[in-house]
Design a binder for this molecule. Sequence first.
Ligand code: ATP
Ligand code: MG
Length: 253
Amino acid sequence: MTAEILKIVNLNKSFGRVRAASDVNLTLYEGVLTSIIGPNGAGKSTLINMLSGSIPPDTGRIYFQGADITRMPVHRRVKMGLCRSFQLVNIFPEMTVAENLLLPALAIRNLTRRMLRAIHKETAVHAEVAQILERIGLENEAHTVASALSHGDQRVLEVGVALAARPKLLFLDEPTAGMNPVERVRILENVRRLSANKETTFVIVEHDMDIVFSLSERVIVLHHGEVIGDGTTEAVKNDPRVREVYLGQEVAA
Ligand SMILES: Nc1ncnc2c1ncn2[C@@H]1O[C@H](COP(=O)(O)OP(=O)(O)OP(=O)(O)O)[C@@H](O)[C@H]1O
Ligand SMILES: [Mg+2]
């Protein structure tokens, strides 16, 4: 068993009468590529929002590498290595691909204020940007304006932006949303490859079951804010409660 990276204890969140998280207890482990699935409105994004710090839980605690981060602001979590990408594209469209990567790479080194002066001297940062471009397969698009990229490449860039902050744990909320099947396979192969080097632990929210089951080492199933399934792909596929929620369709496929 690998080391714990994140521990969630009795997490609850309601929006009016909707229980978006209901007594969620989970432990995530370093290097284990994990997917979170569940029908629309199950609470997947809400969970990621609470873990990454953009919304506070009503009750419960969150521990990152043993430290209680329940009330910690987003930027401090990012500095600790806990990052996320969004369900919608979240890049600077007017900037080039390389510039989009440069910003978080500078921020994580506290170099943002040097931007206008000596940015060209920061060779380590430029080397890192080049490395990320290569890791995400956009090395030939460094000087392309982000808005000119295909939708799929914009999502790939978004993963790169998240990687530039050197995350230990990275949540990707529907990284393949709006992609065609070819682009989907590409981004997920990317995630698989990036996950294999174990620098970053990936947790992804994904609706396509074929992708989930071919990619993940662990699958967590949410329904009405509750964890109703958790385990290996085989265990989750055969879980009666999970099959009930998915009407036996996608999961059985
Ligand atoms: N800011 C909010 N205000 C009110 N209700 C919200 C808010 N955010 C989420 N909800 C509700 O909480 C529930 C969980 O929503 P959430 O977005 O977490 O689901 P999800 O699993 O990410 O769904 P999807 O697959 O559609 O992205 C839903 O009923 C949703 O309408
Ligand atoms: Mg969502």
